[in-house]
Ligand binder design. Structure first.
Ligand SMILES: C[S@@+](CC[C@H](N)C(=O)[O-])C[C@H]1O[C@@H](n2cnc3c(N)ncnc32)[C@H](O)[C@@H]1O
Length: 270
């Protein structure tokens, strides 16, 4: 067979080629300009061989077996440690921030969809109105639903409704500008930008998304969830997981904390 040649994949991506080369016994080298790809390659190809056939060090697993035990062949010891300390970190995180992620209808929430709001420039309205490109939540056949805006006087609330919005009634923001959902009058982008710069934009929960047994479920906003976010806001975090984040950025996100929901900012502080 002779000595196998080394292999270099300079554009390794998720590392399939160097991984297979390593499995065939070749010396594998990989690089990529994407740091995520580099991290995946490190985790798959670089780190595991350094711990090959080593016993785990975590207290739960290290008592089971001795060096050379068949149970800890290859990367099994390392995998046991990653599992153990991963669970440990998840439990600590849950203790500290789990209360910020209440379940809804017994299901795990996977997203809160917020809409930016701006005070309507119409002085007769003078109340916050949502800025949303589309109210559609799901276009999945048979499971279509949308966050229907309901106007009561000067307040707007959202109700998750089956089907899709009537033609011409989807969203309050178009390429040319926005419209006040209460009065129907236009809201120029210049006005929204000025309000954003002045720190006068708000946010309103449009829908809660959960992981159901048959896929995603969408629910109307629940007070408990809005309250948690408001408390976090008062504590100094900013509220910002918005449905149209890229669009939103143009208006007033100036800090890193503007890019994450207050809950997520809190988890970063842990
Ligand atoms: C198609 S993927 C690689 C697939 C991989 N070779 C495989 O077979 O699984 C292409 C990769 O090349 C990386 N890439 C593109 N231009 C590059 C450059 N100039 N230097 C390094 N990596 C680059 C990209 O980040 C991407 O991960």
């Amino acid at each position: 067979m002779g000595i196998p040649p080394p292999l270099l994949d300079p554009f390794a991506g998720v590392g399939s080629i160097p991984l297979e080369a390593q499995r065939l016994g070749l010396e594998a080298h990989a690089s990529d300009l994407n740091p995520v790809a580099v991290m995946i390659n490190k985790a798959m190809i670089d780190i595991p061989p350094r711990f090959a056939d080593r016993l785990p060090v975590n207290p739960r697993d290290r008592v089971r077996g001795t060096a050379g035990d068949a149970a800890w062949k290859g990367a099994a010891g390392l995998a046991a440690d990653v599992r153990y300390y991963g669970e440990w970190m998840r439990e600590r995180a849950f203790e500290r921030i789990g209360h910020l992620y209440p379940k809804h209808n017994g299901e795990t929430v996977i997203a809160w969809l917020w809409a930016r709001t701006v005070i309507s420039p119409n002085p007769a309205v003078n109340a916050p109105v949502p800025l949303v490109r589309s109210f559609v939540l799901s276009k999945k056949k048979g499971r279509e639903c949308w966050a229907k805006p309901v106007v009561h006087g000067k307040t707007v609330s959202f109700e998750v409704t089956k089907g899709l919005p009537p033609r011409g009634e989807d969203g309050t923001v178009k390429r040319t500008g926005a419209r006040c959902i209460i009065s129907g009058e236009p809201i120029p982008f210049d006005y929204i930008r000025a309000e954003g710069k002045a720190g006068r934009m708000g946010a309103q929960l449009m829908a809660i998304v959960t992981e159901g047994k048959r896929g995603r479920n969408y629910y109307s906003p629940a007070q408990e969830h809005t309250q948690i976010a408001e408390v976090q806001n008062r504590n100094g975090s900013q509220l910002v997981t918005f449905r149209r984040m890229r669009w939103d950025l143009g208006f007033n996100c100036t800090a890193f904390t503007d890019l994450a929901h207050s809950f997520h900012v809190d988890s970063l502080k842990c």
